[in-house]
Ligand binder design. Structure first.
Ligand code: GLG
Length: 811
């Protein structure tokens, strides 16, 4: 297919329009064209998909199964075209047909089956697994509603349901005959068998069918197609039975059916807050049980040997604790269905399961009420109870020094089941997602576990797929890079480092400047189309795009903007470099303070953008409904990447990597992967400010800092807080009081005031540096050159070598 010409591609489009949709090109809508191009891709890859699976079966190597409640895949047409080598030809053909490829690709509704970093990481990992030729597949849930669609109305976030399946989704194939049955509730009966061992039977369970929908994951130009399998919940529905029942029972059945379909109904819109609802627990078990049943079925089909050898053929990586019921579920199947003894089942389970931790925020660490788990999953609860008992006994007898810590290590404690503890105890690997994060796990959050199992803990610094985030999202930059250093970087992103040789070549730096400027013009147009606001494409594009959370400190950013505004009001002739502040962020629907910050950003925007004194100097843009597609538009145009979390709170961050790879310079704290970016590019190529993680943790240990003292001594801070308190930005005067109170009366838990001054000063340096064009461009290219390390290809290779012990399948 690589040699396909634009002419031939056009012919395919016109033919397919006729055969698949019964229309001529002249009558086709953008959506029609979208569907036929997707069909062309599918036609190309279907045989390759089959071949890949066949080869995996023949080779029968160990396979990786990535279990995740979230896969934020976003739009797929463009990246599928790219990976199967047809993007250029498709672009050309569409242009020759007088169509704008962007418009056609934009017809795909993003699959927003994730919240943020954790879900996007899973999607990047799938891309790398396939592109590097590893037999690695994803298992997730086919939520009917993805992450809510955000509207901003009067400055407020309003959430609308994201019914992404309204139109046909061309990438999925339903595999009805591979459905499995999941059991909830019911009674467990225990019998003693003749040989003295126990047998467990379940009765009166509620049955739910898990129907798989498979999505192809296309490797980059290597004909490898892996699978993302998404499970959908359906009622076990016997038409005969239903017809025979009385009317009211029929309605009861409908109700029942509805409640079952809820299991794959919607994605919980928060990943940094533990959502303690029974439905969420059901979703987790649903994912885990269907996936493990399928994995075992497959093992049996391909290996005519004992399941004791499962660890030779299967490794299951669990993405955060959300799928940690995989541990008791695998135990259950091995013991109750395969007649394994406890010890044999434990031996297998703890060799198969590996756990990734993504956060140390205590509010995100999952626990379930013991009673809820016991009622919903009685047999699973029994198994967790026994894991806990054996684990605690083990500490009591073998680690005398740790006896006192048992209550803080026990999996079941205070009537709660602690999922992170279960995940650590039941897996062979526990990894953090950036160096500092793993160190914090080892030395603080999980230090007793680390003492018990030092070899289990390891670090795998996150990464992003450079194929989507550079090659596809920023084609102008990608082709400039290829002109300068050749195309090898596409397969070996570390080679971006060769750019360093040219980072002082002024005529070349000019070219990088032109590309950035072009991208800024495109974004400025997009902003105009969406908001009607004109932004200056010569201004500094200062970008903060990520979930809205207190620890990410969008508040610090908006305080800086208010400060600049106040300064300009006093001294309108101040010589400042024009700036456009760009935000994209969704807040969890129930997160009041986060929503207040969105309102504040929009309110400040509505004042700043229309104040004649400020014209040409500052603009504040909040782009609604931040998602993968929007990220692809903003990132190539960014000059500044705001990575300003309270140090120690952001486990890694991945937006920092995407922006760096596209030549933005980071204004950041020494937190998450910012530290590793800093190690590579050096202080001179980044704008680092603020408290360090050690300082923050020290403050926490000693009761925080005195926020009021800063309020009383720094007139800039006082002015801003008074403006909030006195309703200067509100339509009524209570509007932003909660933000004010949280800072002054809850002692500014995320250190916004403490880091305010260094942040302001750093931004002054940013501005001076920006004016020195060659220095700026040199810094920018230096960042791009070092970004190869943050390709998820590197991360996946590290998982493969250190944790999974798997090799590339061929090639
Ligand atoms: C987490 C963290 C991020 C991290 C991401 C992927 O908050 O810092 O980059 O996972 O590991 N819940 C998240 O998004």
């Amino acid at each position: 297919m690589l040699e396909l010409t634009a002419e031939a591609f056009k012919e395919k489009i016109t033919n397919k329009l006729k055969t698949d949709r019964g229309i001529e090109i002249g009558d086709a809508s953008d959506k029609d064209i979208y569907y036929v191009i997707a069909a062309i891709v599918n036609e190309e890859i279907m045989p390759q998909w089959y071949d890949t699976q066949k080869k995996y079966e023949e080779k029968n190597n160990k396979q990786i199964f990535y279990l995740s409640m979230e896969f934020l895949v976003g739009n797929l047409l463009q990246s599928n075209l790219l990976n199967c080598g047809m993007l250029d030809v498709s672009n050309q053909a569409l242009k020759e047909l007088g169509l704008d490829p962007e418009n056609i690709y934009a017809k795909e509704h993003d699959a927003a089956l994730g919240n943020g970093g954790l879900g996007r990481l899973a999607a990047c990992f799938l891309d790398s697994l396939a592109s590097l030729n590893y037999a690695g597949h994803g298992y997730g849930i086919r939520y009917r509603y993805g992450l809510f669609e955000q509207r901003i109305i009067n400055g407020n976030q309003v959430e609308l349901p994201d019914y992404w399946l309204k139109n046909d989704y061309p990438w999925e194939t339903k595999k009805e005959d591979e459905a499995v049955c999941i059991h909830f509730h019911g009674d467990v009966h225990m019998f003693k068998k003749n040989d003295g061992t126990l047998e467990f039977n379940y009765e009166n369970t509620d049955k739910v069918m898990a129907i798989p929908y498979d999505i192809p994951i296309i490797g980059y130009e290597n004909k490898v197609i892996n699978t993302l399998r998404l499970w959908s919940a359906e009622a076990v529905y016997d038409e005969q039975e239903t017809l025979a029942t009385e009317n009211n029972e029929f309605y009861h059945d409908l109700d029942h059916k509805h409640s079952i379909e809820q299991i794959s109904g919607f994605l919980y819109p928060d990943d940094s807050n533990h959502e303690g609802k029974e439905l969420r627990l059901k979703q987790q078990y649903f994912l885990v049980s269907s996936s493990i049943q399928h994995i075992i079925k497959n093992f049996k089909k391909n290996n005519h040997t004992s399941l004791r050898r499962l660890p030779e053929k299967v490794v299951i990586q669990i993405n955060d604790t959300h799928p940690s019921l995989a541990i008791p579920e695998l135990m259950r199947i091995l013991m109750d269905e395969e007649n394994f003894s406890w010890n044999a089942a434990w031996e297998v389970t703890t060799k198969v399961i590996a756990y990734t931790n993504h956060t140390t925020l205590s509010e995100a660490l999952e626990t379930w009420p013991k009673g809820m788990l016991e009622h919903l999953l009685p047999r699973i609860y029994m198994i967790i109870d026994e894991i806990n008992e054996r684990f605690c006994k083990g500490i009591w007898y073998d680690h005398e020094a740790l006896r006192d810590t048992i209550p803080s290590l026990a999996i079941i404690a205070d009537d709660q089941v602690h999922m992170a503890r279960l995940a650590i105890v039941g897996s062979f690997s526990v990894n953090g997602v950036a160096r500092i994060h793993t160190e914090i796990l080892k030395k603080q959050e999980m230090k007793h576990f680390y003492n018990l199992f030092p070899d289990r803990f390891n670090n795998k610094t996150n990464g992003i797929t450079h194929r989507r985030w550079l090659l596809q999202a920023n084609p102008n930059l990608a082709s400039l890079i290829t002109d300068v250093i050749g195309p090898q970087w596409i397969k070996r992103p570390k080679q971006l480092i060769s750019l360093l040789k040219y980072s002082k070549d002024s005529s070349l730096l000019e070219k990088f400047d032109q590309v950035k400027h072009e991208n800024k013009k495109i974004l400025a147009n997009h902003i105009y189309e969406r908001t009607g606001i004109l932004v200056d494409d010569q201004s500094i594009f200062d970008v903060q795009i990520k979930r809205l959370h207190e620890y990410k400190r969008q508040l610090l950013n908006i305080f800086h903007i208010i400060y600049l505004y106040n300064e300009l009001k006093v001294n309108p002739n101040q010589d400042i470099t024009p700036r456009t502040f760009i935000f994209g962020a969704k807040a969890a629907p129930s997160y009041h303070l986060a929503k207040e910050v969105i309102k504040l950003i929009n309110t400040v925007a509505s004042i700043v953008n229309y104040d004649p004194d400020i014209r040409g100097k500052l603009k504040v843009i909040f782009l609604e409904n931040y998602n993968v597609s929007l990220a692809e538009k903003i990132i190539p145009a960014a000059d500044i990447s705001e990575q300003i979390s309270t140090a120690s709170k952001e486990a890694s961050g991945t937006g920092n990597m995407k922006l760096m790879m596209n030549g933005a310079l980071t204004v950041g704290t020494l937190d998450g992967a910012n530290i590793e970016i800093n190690d590579l590019v050096g202080n001179q190529n980044m704008f680092i400010f603020g408290l360090t993680a050690d300082e923050v943790m020290d403050y926490y240990q000693h009761g925080g800092f005195d926020a009021t003292a800063i309020y009383n001594t720094d007139d800039r801070v006082k002015r801003i807080l008074d403006q909030l308190n006195q309703g200067e930005f509100g339509s009524h005067d209570i509007e932003f009081k909660d933000i004010y109170y949280n800072i002054l009366y809850h002692n500014d838990p995320y250190f916004v005031l403490k880091d305010f001054e260094p942040y302001i000063e750093t931004h002054e340096i940013v501005e001076r540096t920006y004016r020195d064009r060659l220095t700026w461009l040199n810094m920018s290219v230096t960042n791009i050159a070092h970004s190869g390390k943050f390709s998820s290809d590197r991360t996946i290779r590290e998982y493969a070598t250190d944790i999974w012990k798997v090799k590339q399948v061929w090639g």
